[in-house]
Design a protein. Structure first.
Length: 192
């Protein structure tokens, strides 16, 4: 199977523009680039337009909305507890008030920590979905690269100029959407 190399930085610019003009790469790198057939892949476009990523984003927005509702309810409850404690200040001894205030402060810290943990879970769930899509996409990219005779795939965001005929992004998107339409988003428990 054709080994696909994704090249970033100066070599990508040189190959895509066809010139060496002072780019600062070594002669060996330039010689290795000669004879390579290049294809361009816009990974952001493919991920953003893929049905699986759109499905994952839809699930993540629903989870995020639910988390925000929970947090809003906890905040309201916490504010009420703060107000209740403030009203009890005149009837509690200073030691009792300090103890209750400290306990309430710890409760608030726990709420914030839980919220941060859930945000991390959302982020890791999205990253896992992207990894799954990319894993599914890799053989598709390889097959299309074989079909167009490409020996090198360049990420579109890393090049300044390239002919549109070299862009395989739409072909990859069509095949990816045919193969993977939905992806389950799982929020794995995080280590404390």
């Amino acid at each position: 199977m054709l080994k696909i190399r994704i090249i970033y930085g100066a070599l990508a610019l040189i190959v895509a523009t066809g010139g060496l003009g002072g780019a600062g790469i070594s002669r060996v790198q330039a010689q290795q680039a000669q004879g390579q057939t290049v294809a361009i892949l816009d990974l952001g476009y493919v991920l953003g337009k893929s049905l699986a990523m759109q499905d994952a984003d839809r699930q993540l927005r629903a989870i995020d909305s639910k988390i925000k509702e929970e947090i809003k309810a906890k905040e309201a409850s916490f504010r009420q507890e703060q107000q209740d404690l403030a009203q009890q200040k005149v009837i509690l001894s200073p030691e009792q008030f300090a103890a209750k205030s400290k306990a309430l402060g710890k409760k608030g810290q726990k709420y914030r920590a839980d919220f941060q943990k859930k945000l991390k879970q959302l982020s890791s769930g999205r990253a896992a979905a992207i990894r799954k899509i990319e894993t599914t996409m890799n053989p598709i990219v390889s097959k299309i690269a074989d079909q167009v005779g490409a020996t090198m795939i360049l990420e579109k965001s890393r090049i300044l100029f390239g002919e549109k005929r070299l862009d395989i992004s739409k072909k990859v998107l069509v095949k990816l959407n045919a193969k993977l339409k939905k992806i389950p988003v799982v929020l794995a428990p995080l280590k404390s």
